[in-house]
Design a protein around this ligand. Sequence first.
Ligand code: ADP
Length: 395
Amino acid sequence: MPARHILVINCGSSSIKFALLGETAEQPLLHGIAERLGSADAVLRWQSAAGQQQQAVPAADHRQALARLLPLVEAEAAGRLGGIGHRVVHGGEHFTAAHLLDQPTLAAIRQVSALAPLHNPACLQGIEAALSLYPALPQVAVFDTAFHQSMPPHAFRYAVPEALYREHGVRRYGFHGSSHRYVSRRAAELCSLPPNRSSWLVAHLGNGCSTCAVVDGHSRDTSMGLTPMEGLVMGTRSGDVDPGLHGHLLRELGWSAEQVDCMLNQQSGLLGLSGLSNDMRSLEQARSAGHPGATLAIEVFCYRLAKSLAAMSCALPQLDGLVFTGGIGENSALVRSKTVAHLRLLNLALDPEANARCVGGPDGEIQAGGHPRVLVVATNEERQIALDTLALLPN
Ligand code: ADP
């Protein structure tokens, strides 16, 4: 059978990111974004071997943007488009793995949408549009939460009344599953260890950030919870705060629940701490110029990350390595070195030259000689979604 191509689609409320991947290639044949959907300046941008291109799609919604995009993809795939993989943020407890999209699957995704009211409805819009445009093409939902369904109850339960779990699904779910899965497997390959018999700590550090304990290819714990707000300091998200903060702000400042949510989601994290930016690159530059807010934001980010990794080590039988990934993890030698410096009791230490070398590209080991492995591994969530999709296609 000729190698098949998979289109990976990631819908946000006003954007669609897409990538066309070959069955065996790591890098996409075509990738791009449709953004500002619903507005007069909506635009479709993509890149392929032919270079960068763009088309204005004024006022296009998700369906109209996909209707423009799919013929481009088909032309690039030259008759080998085998299926579409949709990234879906929340699969609740219903989805422990990727799933072929049909009416019952759509209904189940709708049912868990209350757990991700900002994310799942946008995914559903994209899925419904793609299904109506290409009804005969197999399409698969790949969930950010599914990889973490292997967490044991002592890792996923909150210490709140049981009825909240039983009747309302209040528990820890975790996110970034495709990334944690992809990089932990890749780390095992790079170190010639069997993925199904090795243990990893993973730090996915992008605009959203999370840690994960991966044992024998399964997630045993992760830092995000019911929502992608729990855990680490992120670009604009606070991560963990005292749960008493909510009541305090409501009582003392008269804030509404929406104001608290908005502050913790959009005005906190690196941006809130630094008073300057949510972008680590800008903060590193400002720190070099002596900006106190940027300096503090980076210190808090790294200390909290190290604390989370130390906590995740409770879920491991042994430590085969710590993996850094995501835009910050793959590029910031400063964040890696400050974080690892807090993890002396795990016997972790970096080789400064190797750490400085792994910026903007090469994967590799960066630990000092005689210490447990520390790796930089570029994530490729699109590739993982394509692999999960391929696995469900009829042969
Ligand atoms: P997303 O979660 O949106 O996919 P990315 O994984 O692209 O985000 O990560 C974005 C973050 O990576 C930003 O904070 C950005 O500043 C940071 N980053 C990218 N390149 C560098 C670099 N060279 N040094 C430090 N931080 C970087």
